[in-house]
Design a protein around this ligand. Structure first.
Ligand code: ADP
Ligand code: MG
Length: 249
C-alpha cells in the first residue's frame, strides 16, 4: 500500500447535533485503494463520521476533502453534491432497497436517472454486477423474495453500478442472521482485493483483522487509537481499546 494518494482528507472535523457534540475534532486520511475498518462502541460517532464523507451530514468545523472536493465550503453546489454521491457509494445496515422495484430495476434506476444511461446500457452493467455478487438469476425477483444476505449483496451491486471511487459500509452485516454474514463479507473481501477504496464500520473483528489495511478505533467522538489492522486488533495499546475488544468476545 503506497501512502501518498489520499482520497479522503479530514482535519479536525467536528459535528454537533444541537448541544450534543458527536465528533470532537477528528483528523486523518484514507488512501486510494485502502480498506479502513472503523470500530468502536455504539453511539461513539462511527455512522456520523461515515455520513459526513458523502455529505449526508454537514460538518460544523474543520476541513473535509473527498476526491478533491472540499465539502465544508459554504457555497457547495447541488451539482457538486450529485457528483459526490455518484463517486461515493454507501451501503447501510438495513439494505434500503426499493421494495416495489425488481432487483434489476433497483440496479438500473440511478444509472438511468443520474448518469443518463439507456435502459439497455444500464441493464448490461447491472448484469455484470449481479454476476459479480452471485445473483444474476435473481434479476427479476423482488426484495421481499430475497434473504437478508441476498438483499445486502444486491445493495452492494446497486452501489457498484454507479462506478464509485469510494465505498462506505455502515455495519453491512449487523442486521443479518449469523449464517448469512459470510456471503456478504466474501463479496466485500473480493472488492477489497480488486483495489476498491473502502471505509467499513463493522463489529466483525475477523474481517477487520484480515481484510482491512488499517483500523480506526473511535471512542466518544474522538479517534482513540489507530494503526495497521492486524497490529491494532491483536495488540491494542490503550485500555479503552483493550476493554472494547474484550467485550466483543
Ligand atoms: P455509532 O454509529 O457509533 O453508533 P452515531 O454516529 O450513530 O454512533 O451516533 C453518535 C451520537 O449522535 C449518538 O448519541 C446519537 O444518538 C447521536 N445522533 C446521531 N444522529 C443524530 C441526529 N440526526 N440527531 C440527533 N442526534 C443524533
Ligand atoms: Mg452506527
Amino acid at each position: 500500500m503506497k501512502n501518498s494518494n489520499p482520497i479522503i482528507i479530514f482535519e479536525n472535523i467536528e459535528k454537533n447535533f444541537g448541544s450534543l457534540k458527536v465528533l470532537k475534532g477528528i483528523t486523518g486520511e484514507i488512501q486510494s485503494g485502502e480498506v479502513v475498518a472503523v470500530i468502536g462502541a455504539s453511539g461513539c460517532g462511527k455512522s456520523t463520521l461515515l455520513r459526513c464523507f458523502n455529505r449526508l451530514e454537514r460538518i460544523d468545523h474543520g476541513s473535509l476533502v473527498v476526491n478533491g472536493m472540499e465539502l465544508s465550503q459554504p457555497n457547495f453546489q447541488t451539482q457538486q453534491l450529485r457528483q459526490l454521491r455518484t463517486q461515493v457509494g454507501m451501503v447501510f445496515q438495513q439494505f434500503n432497497l426499493f421494495p416495489h422495484l425488481s432487483v434489476l430495476e433497483n440496479l438500473t434506476l440511478a444509472p438511468r436517472k443520474v448518469l443518463g444511461k439507456t435502459a439497455k446500457e444500464s441493464a448490461q452493467i447491472a448484469g455484470l454486477y449481479l454476476e459479480k455478487v452471485g445473483l444474476f438469476d435473481k434479476a427479476s425477483a423482488y426484495p421481499e423474495q430475497l434473504s437478508g444476505g441476498q438483499k445486502q449483496r444486491v445493495a452492494i451491486a446497486r452501489s457498484l453500478c454507479m462506478n464509485p471511487q469510494i465505498m462506505l459500509f455502515d455495519e453491512p452485516t449487523s442486521a443479518l442472521d449469523p449464517e448469512l454474514v459470510g456471503e456478504v463479507l466474501q463479496v466485500m473481501q473480493q472488492l477489497a482485493a480488486e483495489g476498491m477504496t473502502m471505509v467499513v464500520v463493522t463489529h466483525e473483528m475477523q474481517f477487520a483483522k484480515e481484510v482491512a489495511h488499517r483500523v480506526i478505533f473511535m471512542d466518544k467522538g474522538v479517534v482513540a487509537e489507530q494503526g495497521a489492522a492486524y497490529e491494532v486488533i491483536t495488540n491494542p495499546q490503550s485500555d479503552r481499546l483493550r476493554t472494547f475488544l474484550s467485550r466483543l468476545d
